[in-house]
Design a protein around this ligand. Structure first.
Ligand SMILES: Cc1cc2nc3c(=O)[nH]c(=O)nc-3n(C[C@H](O)[C@H](O)[C@H](O)COP(=O)(O)OP(=O)(O)OC[C@H]3O[C@@H](n4cnc5c(N)ncnc54)[C@H](O)[C@@H]3O)c2cc1C
Length: 497
């Protein structure tokens, strides 16, 4: 049966975080909007990000990226709150592990207002389970957010305002008659739109061959929260000294209480995501344990990866591309900060179209974090309809919570386990402190002006690792249950595009 021909004011192609933000913005400014996504909402590049709504630290001046971040950042927290998107506004720590890195950090802190230098003693108080370090910069404006639920919440908000969100609908051709754009869909349908916004991510070249990409791959390792563990051993993202072009690898707690280490940053020519090499995974594991030795007791639940959709530099440079020609707009090359900038990009576009100011609707679109697991079933969130979840962080968090034993019969056991873990953590913190003191004293006795932080760190790590072996054995045999059969294996996630 031939598919219907639909006529709309605005059509957004692509249901990643950008397409969802744009569709919501157009709809709340009065444009009847249709969003078309060839797979499922948030299943493209947006399913491979870190989930840190970042600050302007390190973002080049006079760029489109910076402008979008400046517009988007002030809206992020209030939007997460109003739509009910799980987030934690903890700030992030960029840690100097050596004295040389400390000097580099000192140069960085002038960059933005919300950066503050943290001495090693305060760092120890902020993050007692962190390996010994020389100091850090606290960037208080960084927010950890559930990256899988951002596009979904934006799409749900667009829908409740009257937009239509259609999944599994791929646009395969576009032509204009001078007045409107006529979009041909793979399912035989046709959409006639006054205005098109193309947010096709990495596969945007299908409709616009001038767009070609040189993606940068980012791999992650996921540590699953043990069921008896209420809080992770670190409370905010821990990064290293960022370089001018990349923020490096983080170790951070997700909003669900799991811990992730990543992303790597490796340029590649193709758009496939084969399984990561053992070396990559081992170096991520080593990195995570070097930052937070307590993670030795946590089970590695899986890995995931994302491809930053960097445009071929020869064609468009390194900046974001926001191009409007007549009734067709393209948003492309939004490589690294797109989750943070999405609301700013949407606003910039709406202002370019001279649309009236947005209206707001009260009330969240997502259930509260603690109620989400009750809506989670088989990789989907059951809300107004079933929404497939693509981001492995969200999948792991929801499936772990959904498989936790119910309170009641289990509560006594749970209390005992929690007590046991707390005891172990406290013992470990004591051990770390004692080790640090001993090593500093030893260095002083040897007439060194200051203990070489590298040596202190290496020795402390060795000793802590040795202590962890017995702890981790206790915990895995005594209390950590086998993973739930329902737990999706992030390595097997079918990739898109
Ligand atoms: C490793 C990594 C880490 C990152 N970390 C962060 C971070 O911490 N903070 C941050 O702010 N940003 C981060 N980002 C950046 C952010 O994830 C991206 O900028 C953002 O997800 C890009 O979204 P998008 O909507 O452009 O692309 P996508 O999510 O890829 O969306 C495009 C969608 O369009 C669909 N599509 C394509 N062609 C068609 C068609 N013809 N018809 C219908 N549908 C179509 C695709 O299926 C896809 O779902 C990170 C990115 C990566 C890769």
């Amino acid at each position: 049966m031939p598919m219907a021909r639909e006529v709309v004011q605005a059509c957004v192609v692509g249901g990643g975080v950008l397409g969802c933000a744009v569709a919501r913005e157009l709809q709340r400014r009065g444009r009847q909007t249709l969003l078309l996504e060839k797979h499922t909402v948030g299943s493209g590049v947006s399913a491979g990000n870190t989930g840190i709504a970042c600050t302007l630290m390190g973002v080049a001046k006079d760029t489109v990226e910076r402008k979008c971040l400046e517009l988007g950042r002030p809206q992020n927290l209030s939007t997460y709150r109003s739509l009910g998107i799980p987030h934690k506004a903890t700030g992030a720590l960029y840690v100097a592990w050596t004295t040389a890195e400390l000097t580099e950090l000192a140069a960085l802190q002038d960059l933005e207002d919300d950066c503050r230098f943290v001495q090693k003693e305060e760092l120890q108080q902020l993050e007692p389970c962190l390996a010994p370090a020389c100091g850090a910069v606290l960037v208080s404006g960084e927010v950890t957010v559930d990256p899988g639920l951002v596009p979904l919440a934006l799409a749900l908000d667009a829908e409740r305002r009257g937009a239509r969100v259609q999944q599994h609908r791929e646009v395969i051709d576009a032509r204009t008659d001078g007045e409107s754009w006529i979009l041909e869909l793979r399912d035989g349908g046709q959409v006639v739109a006054d205005q098109v916004v193309h947010c096709g991510g990495l596969s945007a070249g299908g409709l616009e061959p001038s767009l070609s990409f040189k993606p940068r791959r980012g791999d992650y390792l996921l540590f699953q929260r043990p069921p008896f563990c209420a809080t992770p051993p670190i409370s905010r993202p821990i990064g290293s000294v960022p370089s001018p072009h990349a923020r490096g690898v983080y170790v951070w707690p997700t909003v669900h209480g799991d811990v992730v280490c990543g992303p790597t940053n490796v340029e590649q020519e193709h758009q496939q995501l084969p399984a990561p090499s053992d070396d990559t995974l081992e170096s991520l594991r080593q990195k995570a344990l070097a930052v937070c030795p307590a993670l030795a007791a946590w089970r590695v639940a899986g890995t995931y990866a994302g491809l930053r959709p960097a445009l071929e530099p020869s064609a468009f440079g390194h900046d974001y591309l926001l191009r409007t020609e007549g009734r067709w707009s393209s948003i492309s090359g939004v490589r690294s900060t797109g989750l943070t900038a999405s609301l700013g990009i949407a606003q910039l576009l709406a202002e370019r179209f001279s649309l009236p100011g947005p209206s707001d609707l009260p009330g969240p679109v997502l259930p509260a974090l603690e109620q989400l697991p009750a809506h989670y079933h088989d990789g989907c969130l059951r809300l107004n309809s079933d929404w497939q979840i693509a981001h492995p962080q969200t999948l792991l968090g929801l499936s772990t919570s959904a498989s936790l034993p119910l309170p009641g019969a289990e509560s006594k056991l749970k209390k005992q386990k929690t007590k046991m873990l707390m005891h172990q953590v406290i013992e470990k913190q004591k051990l770390e402190r004692i080790l640090r003191d001993i090593l500093s004293l030893e260095a002083e006795r040897n007439n060194e002006a200051m203990a070489d932080p590298e040596v202190v760190k290496a020795k402390a790590e060795d000793a802590i690792k040795a202590a962890d072996i017995s702890m981790s054995r206790n915990m895995t045999t005594a209390v950590v249950p086998e993973p739930s059969e329902n737990l999706p294996d992030p390595t097997e996630k079918p990739r898109r595009d």
